[in-house]
Design a protein around this ligand. Structure first.
Ligand code: SF4
Length: 276
C-alpha cells in the first residue's frame, strides 16, 4: 500500500472547506464543476446539500465553492458580478503556477504549459493570459510550434516529471532563451515515485480513483509501463478475482482525489479474495 495514496493537501483542504460550508451556509450551496474528480465523493457532498453546477450562469444566488483546480478569470468575474458568496478552495500550489504564467507573460515570454489542454486546471491557468500561450502534451507538439526568441515553460501541477523534462530538453534547442518554472506539485512527484517503486515489486498493481481523474489516469499509465498487470478501478466492486489468482504480491495506490474510505474498501476486498 502506497503511503501517499489518497487525498493530497489541496484536495483535503477543498473537502474540509466544503464540509465547513455545508454547516455554515446550508441551502443554495454549489460547486462550480465537481469539487473533486471522484464520483463517489461528489455523491456524498450532494447528500449534504452541496450541488454541482457547470456554469456560473445557472447559479442564481447563494454560495459558490471554487474547487482546487481553480476557475477561469471569466467565471471568477461573473461570480463576483452576480454578487455570489465565493469560497475559493483553489489549491495554493495551483495559484503559484498561475502566478508564474502571469509573471512570464508580463516579461514578454511566449508560453508553454505542459499538460492536458482540456483539464480544468490548465484551462483556468490559460484564461489569465489573453494570447501567446500553448498547451503541449508531447515533444512533437513542441517541435511543431517552435522556434522562439524567449520561451517560458510551466507544467500542469499533476504532470509526469519525466515528460516535463523531455519537453524542456527539446525546447532548449528551439529557443534563444528558455525560462522554466517547475510547477509540478511535490505531492504528485512523491506519489508517482512511490507507485513506480511498488509496481517494480509486485505482480499486480491496483490504482484507485475516478475515471475522470487525470492524475489517477497518469498514475495508472506510469505503473502500467512497469507492470502490465495494472488495473485502474473506481470502487472495490470492480476487482476481478482472476486478476489476483496466481499473484502473491499486490500493489495498491490511489489518485489525489480518492477518499480514504474507498481505498480501505479496496484493501479489504483484496484481502477477502486472497483469504488474508
Ligand atoms: S495535486 Fe498538488 S497542486 Fe493539485 S490539488 Fe493536490 S496539492 Fe494541490
Amino acid at each position: 500500500m502506497a503511503k501517499s495514496a489518497g487525498f493530497c493537501f489541496g484536495v483535503k483542504r477543498a473537502m474540509d472547506m466544503a464540509l465547513e460550508a455545508a454547516k455554515r451556509f446550508p441551502g443554495h450551496l454549489y460547486t462550480l464543476g465537481p469539487l473533486i474528480h471522484n464520483p463517489q465523493a461528489v455523491e456524498y457532498l450532494d447528500q449534504l446539500g452541496i450541488k454541482v453546477r457547470d456554469r456560473v450562469e445557472s447559479i442564481l444566488k447563494g454560495t459558490v465553492i471554487f474547487r482546487s483546480h481553480g476557475v477561469s478569470l471569466r467565471d471568477f468575474k461573473k461570480a463576483r458580478e452576480k454578487g455570489l458568496h465565493i469560497i475559493d478552495a483553489t489549491c495554493p500550489i495551483v495559484k503559484r503556477a498561475r502566478f508564474f504564467v502571469k509573471f512570464l507573460h508580463r516579461h514578454g515570454y511566449s508560453l508553454l504549459i505542459v499538460g492536458d489542454p482540456h483539464h480544468p486546471e490548465v484551462e483556468a491557468i490559460q484564461s489569465y493570459i489573453d494570447k501567446g500561450v500553448e498547451v503541449v502534451e508531447d515533444v512533437e507538439a513542441v517541435k511543431r510550434l517552435g522556434p522562439w526568441e524567449k520561451l517560458g515553460i510551466i507544467a500542469q501541477t499533476t504532470q509526469s516529471f519525466g515528460l516535463f523534462k523531455e519537453i524542456v530538453a527539446t525546447s532548449l534547442e528551439m529557443a534563444k532563451e528558455t525560462r522554466v518554472f517547475n510547477t509540478i506539485c511535490h505531492a504528485t512527484t512523491i506519489r508517482q515515485k512511490e507507485a513506480v517503486e511498488i509496481a517494480k515489486k509486485v505482480e499486480c498493481m491496483i490504482v484507485v480513483g475516478g475515471y475522470n481523474s487525470g492524475n489517477t489516469q497518469r498514475l495508472a499509465g506510469i505503473c502500467r509501463e512497469i507492470q502490465p498487470h495494472t488495473y485502474h478501478i473506481e470502487t472495490a466492486r470492480e476487482i476481478n478475482p482472476r486478476w489476483l489468482a496466481k499473484v502473491e504480491k499486490v500493489g495498491l495506490t490511489a489518485g489525489a482525489s480518492t477518499p480514504s474510505w474507498i481505498i480501505s474498501e479496496v484493501e479489504v476486498e483484496v484481502r477477502r479474495i486472497k483469504g488474508l
